[in-house]
Ligand binder design. Structure first.
Ligand code: BGC
Length: 375
């Protein structure tokens, strides 16, 4: 009877405190510092768990909620790393102390623990903080307060949970980014002095932004960039990318055997690009492999010169209009060229519009997963 009562009390306490009784939802071990170049090598092959925890307003609003088995599938397929984009800004108070919803934190805990326990390296970030980009001075303190809370919450987690300071700084924030980034790093360092942090430049994490980044004097940093070149190819049909949404039939590499028609009502830089795509031959074609290797050379030269490892945090081709063979060829080429230069990579993304896995039928999109994981 005494044991039964004890059991009842334990159960009551567990549930009334709203503690998760699921034991596998705890990280397996604590922190042990790793050198930045070693961590970059460990990041290896990655994939973004995109369009989920950064979806708006809810995790399932973009039709792609995270399932518990995704991370074991990734690991079994051969991935080393998952990046989990997170929109914290809509789950926190708008006024000081900018408290993040505990319910949302518990969901992030659960997802991060699934991924770590599947044996993956995990990167979490602040994603789609749109008001910070458009109105930086009004949102700076809130941005730093978000990092303080995230940093405190995960400070004892194992070292292969990495923090990425901000996804794709753009717009008005560009003028402030080098300072705000440094302040965010200092804030995170109060609780995580040796955790690896990922930093990226302005222009939506462009290569130009990377090479203009003021790299702080901190040995535990990896720099990131995103690669969607040529943008007219990778984003043809993308509803969120202005008049590129009207472009289709762009193959990789160019030129096409028959010129594509140039849609009316598109921005002039796109029609100029399409004109070159239709007419220029070989290495001069803007949709050629040459344009890719030249850009990746800029990245690897910068990395050597600054003595900081780089990681390609996003790359991929949207699937609405692009043909699957071009998508697979581009994906294979880009990741192999990164590997040649010792740049670890992270594909955008797992199970949505760029996806390599179809959650409806539980099948891999093998053209793309092979492009990423096979020789
Ligand atoms: C954005 C996504 C977008 C992708 C490709 C990401 O950084 O968060 O919404 O689909 O880039 O454009």
């Amino acid at each position: 009877m005494r044991y039964f009562l004890l059991f009842l009390i334990t159960i009551t306490i567990t549930y009334s405190c709203n503690l998760s009784p699921v034991t596998e939802s705890k990280p397996r071990r604590t922190f042990s510092a790793v050198e930045a170049f070693t961590m970059a090598t460990n990041l290896g092959k990655g994939v973004n768990m995109g369009n989920s925890l950064e979806a708006y307003p809810n995790e399932d609003s973009w039709g792609n909620p995270i399932q518990a088995n995704y991370f074991t599938l990734m690991k079994q397929a051969g991935f080393d790393t998952v990046r989990i984009p997170i929109r914290w800004s809509t789950r926190a108070l708008n006024n000081p102390p900018y408290t993040i919803s505990n319910q949302f934190f518990q969901r992030v805990d659960e997802v991060v623990n699934w991924a770590l326990n599947a044996g993956l390296n995990v990167i979490i970030n602040i994603h789609h903080y749109e008001e910070l980009n458009t109105n930086p001075t009004a949102h700076k303190e809130r941005f730093l307060a978000l990092w303080k809370q995230i940093s405190q919450r995960y400070k004892d987690y194992q070292e292969n949970l990495l923090f990425e300071v901000l996804n794709e700084p753009n717009d008005a924030l560009e003028n402030y980014w080098n300072t705000y980034m440094l302040e965010a790093i200092n804030k995170i360092r109060e609780d995580n002095p040796e955790r690896i942090l990922i930093i990226g430049g302005i222009g939506w994490n462009s290569i130009e932004g990377l090479t203009n980044l003021n790299v702080p004097d901190d040995p535990y940093l990896i720099a990131t960039f995103h690669f969607y070149d040529p943008f007219v190819f990778t984003h043809q049909g993308a509803e969120w990318s202005g008049s590129i949404s009207n472009v289709s039939n762009i193959i990789w590499p160019g030129p096409p055997s028959q010129p594509v028609s140039i849609p009316a009502n598109i921005d002039s830089w796109i029609s100029n690009w399409l004109n070159d795509y239709n007419t220029k031959q070989g290495d001069d074609n803007p949709c050629s492999s040459n344009f890719i290797t030249k850009k990746l050379d800029i990245v690897s030269n910068w990395s050597k010169q600054k003595n900081i490892p780089v990681w390609m945090g996003e790359f991929g081709v949207y699937g609405r209009f692009a043909d699957i063979n071009s998508r697979a060829r581009w994906t294979h080429f880009v990741r192999k060229e990164c590997e040649k230069r010792g740049i670890p990579w992270c594909y955008w993304e797992f199970s949505s519009g760029f996806g390599i896995y179809n959650p409806q039928n539980g099948q891999w999109n093998s053209s793309l997963s092979n492009a990423l994981l096979e020789q």
